[in-house]
Design a protein around this ligand. Structure first.
Ligand SMILES: NC(=O)c1ccc[n+]([C@@H]2O[C@H](COP(=O)([O-])OP(=O)(O)OC[C@H]3O[C@@H](n4cnc5c(N)ncnc54)[C@H](O)[C@@H]3O)[C@@H](O)[C@H]2O)c1
Ligand SMILES: O=C(O)C[C@H](O)C(=O)O
Ligand SMILES: [Mn+2]
Length: 542
């Protein structure tokens, strides 16, 4: 990195803008390049926030923040620290979805992301090196954008989700933004809108799949590990047919996790624990219905399954708690087109006399009377009044999590769920939801989004120099978060509020680091895990 003159003003990791002192200006060859007043970061943040407030609509606010990030990373995070609940939905879900849809039209600056093209595997290593620009990379978020949120294939546009996820990492947990790298794997796209858009910035051909794709992924992992051997590799928004395959291939040899599978499984189980704290019920007494048994749905099922087994249930007993509904209806062992992950949790037709009729969610809810209903289907409005009322008839405190993102894809709104169950439903939604006031009680709605857990988990792994992520660590982090609910407050949420994100991310990071050390999975010697987390924490000050 060049560190003098205009090159420093144009380097977002080093730039302080008007906050460079007279001495620094002198030393760095900046005298005369800035107005004479030297400002504090607080003054810069005040000005930036006023500029932010003047922008409308939210997508414009997002563009403003991205430009600020491109100019001065420290100032961006200083401001985000002050307004985390306000900025989260803009920097991240749901507004990130709009920015992805309009990426080619609103494109400004690649935000220090690496763009890897499937047509040029020979460039993987040199590209990663160029983008890192000598920085010591500790965390990589990679997407191939085949399954962006619930919106499907968005080709190179999907890079924004990797950027957004990393912004949440720093704002929530305090990972040094100079040590992170967003990566777009451009394997082509099957999205016709993009292929027909003359402004499309990615590879203008169909998605490459199969052997060639997996070879490219392998080359990427090899290069990434070679260049950044101390890094954690986070997979985001891969398609259903690749996400689990890739995770299984690498999870036992490097520090890695898939956010949609594992992060989502973790946040949902933490939310269920929060709900059970409120209803004073037990996990082993629940019947789980997952609507949309894809990447996230199966990640959730497997996480709960693992917890049930830890509670002493046999494999068969634990499996008997689950019912999966996908496009085909309730999944039976003779259903066609089952995925590998689904096969372990199908039902037998013998157990249900009217199995032929169980081809839609309503029939299944009426028949099996779930106590927990999870939506990861990408199908908006599918938790209908009839379905929700049926659940409420059969269980005192139904746990209902419509998790599909972004906003337009949610299976139900929190407001309707409260109304239809007369305030009985225990709810978490994928995107942020406002409080719901009903019959004099104000219900707070937890955000069941993996963003509430992956930053603490990932930061804890980085801070403890973890070689691998073990199930035991995942479980420890879940319990840490699920226990943070104030169960006795009327209308309590099942998860802690985003406004406390930095506090609970710190706690999750500490628990994660402790667990890594307990299992001897740390690459380096670390005396005190809490101290290691503290020492690794970056703060947005000059
Ligand atoms: N809140 C969170 O933290 C979180 C985390 C991950 C994913 N999600 C959301 O979950 C949704 C699914 O994501 P994914 O990564 O699992 O995608 P995916 O494509 O892997 O899975 C979606 C599943 O839904 C099924 N489906 C489609 N139409 C259906 C229908 N009509 N009825 C029943 N099932 C149907 C698909 O066959 C597939 O199995 C997305 O909207 C995503 O934003 C939320
Ligand atoms: O990105 C999000 O908001 C959560 C999750 O990873 C998703 O894919 O929906
Ligand atoms: Mn995701």
């Amino acid at each position: 990195m060049t560190t003098t003159g205009y090159s420093i003003l144009r380097n977002p990791f080093l730039n302080k803008g008007t906050a460079f002192s007279a001495a620094e200006r002198e030393r760095l060859g900046l005298t005369g390049t800035l107005p004479s007043q030297v400002q504090m970061i607080e003054e810069q943040a005040e000005r930036a926030y006023k500029q932010f407030q003047a922008k409308s609509p939210l997508l414009e606010k997002r563009t403003f923040l991205m430009n600020l990030f491109n100019e001065n990373v420290t100032l961006f995070y200083h401001l985000m620290d002050q307004h985390v609940s306000e900025f989260m939905p803009i920097v991240y879900d749901p507004i990130v979805a709009e920015s992805i849809e309009q990426y080619n039209e609103i494109y400004t600056n690649p935000q220090n992301a690496a763009f890897l093209s499937i047509d040029h595997p020979e460039n993987i290593e040199s590209s990663l090196k160029s983008v890192a620009d000598g920085r010591d990379i500790k965390l990589v978020v990679v997407t191939d954008a085949e399954g962006i949120l619930g919106m499907g294939d968005w080709g190179v546009n999907g890079v924004d989700i990797a950027v957004g996820k990393l912004m949440v990492y720093t704002a929530a947990a305090g990972i040094d933004p100079a040590t992170v790298l967003p990566v777009s794997i451009d394997a082509g796209t099957n999205n016709k809108i993009l292929l027909e858009n003359p402004l499309y910035l990615g590879n203008k051909h169909e998605r490459i799949a199969g052997e060639k794709y997996l070879e490219f992924i392998d080359k990427f992992v090899t290069a990434e590990q070679k260049l950044f051997p101390a890094s954690l590799l986070h997979w985001e928004d891969f398609g259903r047919s690749n996400a689990q395959v890739i995770l299984d291939k690498y999870k036992d040899s490097i520090a890695t996790f898939n956010d949609d599978i594992q992060g989502t499984g973790m946040i949902v189980l933490a939310g269920i624990f929060g709900a059970l704290n409120i209803s004073k019920e037990k996990l082993v007494d629940q019947r789980f219905l997952t609507f949309g048994a894809g990447t996230a749905g199966m990640g959730i099922v497997n996480q709960i399954f693992s917890e049930l087994k830890q509670a002493g249930l046999s494999d068969a007993e634990a499996r008997s708690h689950f019912y999966l509904v996908d496009k085909q209806g309730l999944l039976f062992d003779d259903t066609e087109d089952l995925t590998e992950a689904q096969k372990a949790f199908t039902r037998s037709r013998k157990e249900l006399v009217n199995s032929e009729q169980l081809d839609n969610l309503e029939a299944v809810v009426n028949e099996i009377r779930p106590t927990v209903l999870i939506g990861t289907s990408t199908q908006p409005g599918t938790f209908t009044e009839a379905i929700v009322k049926s659940m409420a008839q059969n269980t005192e405190r139904p746990i209902i999590f419509p998790l599909s993102n972004p906003t337009k894809l949610a299976e139900a709104t929190a407001e309707n769920l409260i109304k239809w169950t007369d305030g009985k439903a225990l709810i978490a939604t994928g995107i942020p939801a406002a409080n719901v006031t009903y019959k004099g009680v104000t219900y707070k709605i937890g955000q069941g989004n993996n963003a509430l857990i992956y930053p603490g988990l990932g930061f804890g792994l980085v801070a403890s120099a973890a070689k691998l992520l073990a199930q035991e660590t995942i479980s420890a982090a879940i319990h840490a978060l699920g226990g943070l609910v104030d169960a006795d407050e009327p209308g309590a949420a099942v998860l802690p509020p985003v406004s406390n994100l930095t506090e609970f991310s710190q706690k999750i990071a500490e628990i994660t680091a402790q667990s890594v050390l307990k299992q001897g999975l740390n690459r380096e010697k670390i005396a005190d895990p809490k101290q290691a987390v503290q020492d690794a924490k970056w703060s947005a000050e000059y």
